[in-house]
Design a protein around this ligand. Structure first.
Ligand code: CA
Length: 230
């Protein structure tokens, strides 16, 4: 079985060594960068199985890195575990909203980090394609291509359907307009004008799923998310 590659962006040398030592002992291949820009370049090239990302970094911080990766169709699926200080609760929340999968607060035990890494890998790899997506009164039966609201079918256009489905499948994560354009419309390099297409369709969708429209949340400077829980 090929070893899974973890990438670490962290500027504190002793933490890098601690993580490398312990996670390599667990059988992972661990690569690292101490600077954000360098890390971003490497990640695009290497496509690691998971990223461990320190929040406090010089030049470009962890939240910015998280946002960039989650907006890029080539890197958005890479799971991210954030390393935060105990006092950074607000950043942690923003990070999770931007699409990070989990966080570990410093100081942490290497064993705890290893357990989190394994849990996130398991969760993201084995996630079954669900046939029924549900949130409140709204439901998509993906096998039958059927959207219902309070058990009554909702007429959506093909694009509206794809848009709603991909947002619900993202399970609360933010998806950028660029990503939605690529996934739903098949555009490769979205222009600013084209991203308005997404906004238009979101507007239509909101009207059609009205009592549940509050779940379709606009995230400023990031994109859209579908809140399955509220
Ligand atoms: Ca740091």
């Amino acid at each position: 079985m090929p070893r899974e590659t973890l990438f670490l962006i962290e500027d504190e040398k002793n933490i890098v060594e601690l993580i490398k030592f312990n996670l390599e002992k667990e059988g992972f291949h661990v690569l690292s960068a101490s600077r954000g820009i360098e890390g971003l370049e490497q990640i695009q090239k290497l496509k690691p199985d998971l990223l461990i990302l320190d929040l406090m970094l010089p030049e470009i911080d962890g939240l910015e890195i998280c946002k960039i990766l989650k907006q890029n169709p080539r890197t958005w699926a890479i799971p991210i575990i954030m390393l935060t200080a105990k006092s950074q609760e607000a950043d942690r929340i923003v990070g999770l909203e931007l699409g990070a999968d989990d966080y570990v607060a410093k100081p942490f035990s290497p064993r705890e980090l290893a357990a989190r890494v394994k849990a996130v890998l398991r969760r993201t790899k084995e996630k079954p394609k669900e046939e029924l997506l549900k949130a409140g009164e709204l439901q998509i039966d993906t096998a039958r291509h059927l959207v219902t609201l309070k058990n009554k079918s909702v007429e959506l256009t093909a694009k509206e359907y794809e848009l709603l489905k991909i947002l619900m499948e993202a399970d609360g994560r933010v998806l950028s307009r660029e990503l939605l354009l690529e996934k739903v419309w098949g555009y490769d390099n979205a222009l600013n004008i084209e991203t308005r297409t997404v906004d238009m369709h979101i507007g239509q969708l909101r009207k059609k799923i009205k009592p549940e429209a509050r779940r379709l949340i606009t995230v400023k400077n990031a994109g859209y998310r579908f809140d399955p829980d509220s």
